[in-house]
Design a protein around this ligand. Structure first.
Ligand code: SF4
Ligand code: F3S
Length: 103
């Protein structure tokens, strides 16, 4: 599962598609955690899609991650600023790849 304390345990190494990326990042195998308020662990996400299909405010967007060992697409929390903290994505992800900081 995603580390809910990633923002203290990891370093922000850059931005992609307008969201923060938390390392380590060593493409194509290691892609880090994407997002801050809504965070997706790219090394855990297996592209189930339930988060994207069910988010009431369309926070997520598919992005290509060619040659990643787990899946070749991932969800980017591009609209994380719109999140209403319903926690649906956190509850529905089969591999616990998402953390939402509702505090
Ligand atoms: Fe969307 Fe709810 Fe997840 Fe926020 S917590 S990203 S609103 S599904
Ligand atoms: Fe990935 Fe989980 Fe969404 S596997 S696509 S973060 S439901």
């Amino acid at each position: 599962a995603i580390d809910p304390n990633f923002d203290t345990n990891r370093e922000k190494v850059g931005e992609e598609n307008g969201v923060a990326v938390w390392g380590p990042v060593e493409p194509p195998e290691k892609l880090g955690i994407h997002g801050t308020h809504v965070a997706v662990d790219y090394d855990i996400c297996l592209a189930d899609g339930a988060c994207l299909e069910n988010c009431p405010v369309d926070v997520f967007t598919w992005v290509d991650t060619p040659d990643h060992p787990v899946s070749e697409v991932k969800v980017e929390p591009t609209n994380e600023d719109q999140c209403i903290d319903c926690m649906l994505c956190v509850d529905i992800c089969p591999v616990d790849a998402i953390d939402v900081d509702a505090s």
